[in-house]
Design a protein around this ligand. Structure first.
Ligand code: PLP
Length: 428
């Protein structure tokens, strides 16, 4: 019997891991353990090849690349949307690769926030990512409302988690729109999207999900659940690079609705180049595009999807859950959550309630995050005290997880963090 807390056990888990071979397709820097793929995923060789190919097409084809590149640039957002759709339980034409989370949120709030009479409130949460809140505040204000009154931020009972019951209780007949994160970016809590969506549907309130921290970490069933719209980025778990283009979902029952922020790239493609001044939306999620598809920051998704289609999102989710569970087991089993070490776990233990990262809390969080980095482990830090660690299924091994916990242990034992600056860098 191997002691499950031993490094030998981690080695055994790696030997049995069906996804282990994918690691070699990513640029994992020697001597480092990359635990920050929930913030910026790593470059794969597949993706690098696709970007070089796009550059080559531009070099040789110039303007003709719009129709003659492989794949044709003109249809790239639609084609990649169709390839992403299965991970979201959507039809191919319900997903379009375009924009960024915040731009797409502005677009879809502008489309779906239609306050009338007393029905003017938007439901969000007190633990939302700030950009989402800025967008909602702006639309409330533009409709003559007061964000202090009309933006309902469902509070957290413990500062880490949001209870589904509290969200549903906030769904009064004064609510015009609900926009929620699928996963809370700090604690990693996964909300029960199906239950909340069904409750919104029963009350006739449109609901949209920001899936920044679930896209590429698990599968979704948007159409079956009755989700009205969704947004996500592709640069976190989907590894498309800094500022890589995001995506949006619109349920087909809304096809034909006028986009709140129309632009020429959302025009019916058959007639886009007729250059008419009367807007005619494309028949599908593509209608919500605004501007020209940025080929060089969209091409990475071709390589990313080559890998995900091969690995399978269900296997990715399975390994991710096993690795986050293992990380928490090692922290607890090794006594790190006791008073001697002072670490805490802010992420739900129930696998149905968490995504791909573990929130490791410590009063000395900023300095410990720095000490980890000095030891070659890349985490990130979110104030006030959360070190986020994401054992990414495709390129982090169980031995990496074991070693990370060992580093966390030694950092306290040596006290080396005490010599480091308490402040964090501009990008944390
Ligand atoms: C990462 C993240 C964003 C980032 O938005 P961009 O507009 O793509 O920069 C927004 N919302 C959430 C919840 C995020 O995690």
């Amino acid at each position: 019997m191997i002691d499950i807390l031993s490094r030998a056990h981690a080695e055994a888990l790696d030997r049995e891991d069906p996804l282990a071979s994918f690691r070699d397709r990513f640029y994992v820097q020697p001597g480092t353990i990359y635990m920050d793929g929930n913030s910026l995923g790593l470059l794969s060789k597949d993706t690098e090849r696709r970007v070089h190919h796009a550059l080559e097409d531009w070099k040789t084809l110039g303007i003709d690349g719009w129709l003659r590149a492989d794949p044709a640039w003109f249809y790239l957002g639609e084609q990649l949307g169709a390839r992403l759709a299965p991970m979201f339980g959507a039809d191919p034409d319900e997903v379009i690769v375009t924009g960024t989370i915040t731009v797409n949120l502005h677009q879809l709030i502008a489309t779906f926030y239609e306050p009338v009479g007393n029905r003017r409130k938007i439901i969000a949460t007190a633990l939302d990512f700030p950009s989402d809140i800025y967008a909602m505040q702006a639309h409330v204000t533009r409709h003559g409302g007061d964000p202090e009154v009309d933006l309902v931020k469902v509070p957290s009972r413990d500062g880490r988690l949001i209870e589904e019951d509290d969200i549903i209780a906030a769904m009064t007949d004064e609510v015009a729109l609900i926009v929620l994160p699928s996963v809370l970016y700090r604690s990693g809590q996964l909300l029960d999207m199906e239950r909340i969506t069904r409750a919104a549907n029963e009350r006739g309130i449109p609901i949209g999900w920001d899936c920044a921290h679930s896209a590429g970490a698990m599968s979704h069933k948007f159409s079956e659940w009755g989700v009205d719209f969704g947004v996500w980025c592709n640069y976190k778990y989907l590894n498309t690079g800094p500022g890589g283009v995001g995506a949006l979902y619109v349920n087909r029952k809304h096809f034909g609705k006028q986009p709140g922020l129309p632009g020429w790239w959302g025009y019916n493609k058959e007639r886009q180049f007729d250059m008419l001044h009367e807007f005619e939306a494309a028949p599908g999620a593509g209608g919500w595009q605004i501007s020209t598809v940025p080929i060089l920051s969209t091409a990475p998704l071709l390589g990313s999807l080559d890998i995900f289609e091969e690995a399978g999102i269900e296997r990715v989710r399975e390994k991710s859950l096993a690795a986050t569970e293992y990380l928490m087991q090692l922290l607890e089993g090794g006594g790190l959550t006791g008073p001697e070490y002072g670490y805490g776990i802010g992420t739900p233990r129930d696998p149905a309630r968490r995504s791909g990262h573990v929130a490791v809390e410590h009063a000395e969080g900023p300095r410990i995050a720095r000490a980890l980095k000095a030891r070659g482990v890349v985490p990130d830090f979110r104030p006030p005290n959360v070190i986020r660690l994401a054992p990414i299924a495709l390129y982090v091994s169980y031995v990496d997880v074991w070693d990370t916990v060992q580093h966390l242990k030694e950092i306290i034992e040596t006290g080396e963090y005490l010599a480091l600056a308490e402040s964090r860098e501009v990008v944390a």
